[in-house]
Design a protein around this ligand. Sequence first.
Ligand SMILES: Cc1ncc(COP(=O)(O)O)c(C=O)c1O
Length: 341
Amino acid sequence: MIGPSYDAEVFDHLPRARLATLPTALEGASRRDGSGPRLWIKRDDLTGLGGGGNKARKLEFLCGQALADGARAIVTVGAAQSNHCRMTAAAGSRLGVEVHLVLAGDAPAEGGRQTGNQLLAQMFGAQMHHTGAAESHWGELEIARESLTAELAEQGLAPSSIPIGGSTAVGALGYALAFVELIDQCRSEGFLPRAVVFTSSSGGTHAGLLAGRAALIADGRLRAEEAPDIVAIGVAKGVNLGVPCVAELADAALGLMRVETCVDQADIEVDPRWIGDDYAVPTDAGTAAIEWAARRGGWLMDPTYSGKGLSGLLGLIDEERWDGDDQVVFIHSGGWPALFA
Ligand SMILES: Cc1ncc(COP(=O)(O)O)c(C=O)c1O
């Protein structure tokens, strides 16, 4: 076991707002089709905050820092159906801080209604700024975030401004801690996984998992040869091209954790084959994975993130990357509200 004293040693000096219901469950699932590795699902769709999902873990540290800095507003940015924006809105309502969301796409036409994540973000009381930008034009969205942040700063709100997906070194801390939590759970189930597979878009989840893995190895709590592969299924073009730089984010997170090590480039794996035509454009394999998850475990996955991520994992099983003695964990990062968009 790694245990609470390790968590305290490495994470307790970092500002944190308790927003997520942790630890999330680790559920044993059936094999793909009766053969292949044993699958486990890490239920990060059940982190609780505002409908759950991976961003709750990042927001604990991002909002902790915002409160420590005296922010009276939080600004963030995302796709029209951003889970990160929905969950930031929920965090703001829990913490009593106003939230501004800079979103791709347009406001609903006259007489139209918000749906999915936008409907929920509105219920949580966030102020929405529709930019008209295309979904994957991250640069344009980030410029809009910066100019809104400057406006709110002029109004004296000392805004905390969070980039797309909450993927900063501070946000990545949430997944460094998640990796420690996961290894503890696996050990108490009597195994260590060969791989941890998850959906990657802005890279912060990936960076955090790599940082957690590197930290446990550096601190002698996990032997390098038994450490699981960290396999990112890339669902956005930026992350598939290696932007943002996951190694830089992970190393910066390790710096904040005061662990003197860095990630090995050879450990960074992004599988770009499952995105299809583009970010948020459904694929046949993703649709089949969503159906598989719904019928095998009652798991709700979405076409932009977790469905495509799971399609990558099922595809890797079909390619026989692992054998029947292996155990593989899929981190279910959430995203169900988009099913209603
Ligand atoms: C449901 C879901 N899964 C996975 C991801 C990818 O996480 P990251 O942006 O940290 O790569 C996101 C990001 O928006 C998400 O909303």
